[in-house]
Design a protein around this ligand. Structure first.
Ligand code: URA
Length: 273
């Protein structure tokens, strides 16, 4: 292929281009800015579209400001409580939660991401929020972190596709709608989700819960600091709960897999008690 004069002096080999792309994804730039990809080789120097400044592309969106209208927030939480209480089955809960308009995140998300796995499982895993792939598929933990999660639990004989309650896993998140740019959910967004999370756990009635990462610890225990909390059994939603480091953290910090393995063994021992 003839080299385009625009790119003279900027040629990248495939490996470097891939590394740059991975770095951008790591920084949170996990979706294209434009609807359609631009074929820059087609563009002449005069028609060339200047990309947005790099900082604009990689900065995750800031959380929305905390509402100062606390009466409005209280009313929305009360509405969420009433809807959650009205659901007698997981299917009914999914329907009322999906229809609820109190969480602004709903407007920007592609799909409602309720749960995955076997609702009869003895173990329920509570994660943070859907990411890009989960938002696309409408299922929790199906991206890279989810693949690692499957391998981790597979190592102690648990899988989300198992029919046997003893060998299966049920997975949900604190948030069912993706926060833009994978930012942390705001305290208001967590508060609006919690009536549904509590009812979800009541209806699934697991024996044990894993709190996967900081957000579920913040939501269930009112505490963050997963590196201190992990590995110590506690109680959440009236059930024994084990905080564990999030698989996305383990992908960035492979040495931390050693402690995660110890936590999995502790979980496995508790399940066979
Ligand atoms: N991280 C989470 O906590 N949940 C998901 O569903 C995906 C990534």
């Amino acid at each position: 292929m003839e080299s385009n004069p625009i790119y003279q002096g900027f040629e990248l080999d495939a490996e470097t281009a891939l590394a740059l792309l991975e770095w951008q994804v790591e920084m949170g730039a996990d979706e294209p800015i434009l609807e359609d990809a631009t074929d820059r080789f087609e563009l002449t120097a005069s028609k060339r579209v200047e990309p947005a400044p790099l900082q604009m592309q990689v900065q995750p969106a800031a959380p929305p400001p905390v509402r100062d209208d606390s009466a409005h927030l209280d009313a929305l939480i009360a509405e969420a409580e009433a809807l959650a209480a009205s659901a007698d089955t997981l299917e009914a809960l999914a329907a009322v939660q999906e229809a609820y308009d109190g969480i602004e995140l709903k407007k920007g998300a592609r799909n409602f991401c309720f749960a995955d796995g076997n609702p009869k499982a003895r173990l329920l895993l509570l994660g943070e929020a859907p990411g890009d792939e989960e938002d696309r598929q409408g299922r929790p933990f199906v991206g890279r972190a989810g693949q690692l999660l499957d391998k981790m639990f597979d190592a102690i004989g648990l899988s989300r596709s198992a029919v046997d309650a003893e060998k299966s896993l049920y997975i949900t998140n604190v948030l069912t709608w993706r926060p833009p740019g994978n930012r942390d959910p705001s305290p208001d967004e967590i508060a609006l989700s919690m009536p549904f999370v509590r009812r979800h756990i009541e209806l699934a009635a697991p024996d044990l819960i894993v709190l996967m990462g900081n957000i579920p610890c913040q939501a269930a225990l009112g505490r963050r600091g997963i590196l201190r909390l992990r590995g110590t059994w506690t109680e959440a939603f009236g059930r024994p709960a084990l905080p564990m480091t999030h698989p996305a953290y383990l992908l960035r910090n492979p040495p931390a897999k050693r402690e995660a393995w110890a936590d999995l063994l502790s979980l496995s021992a508790r399940l066979s008690d």
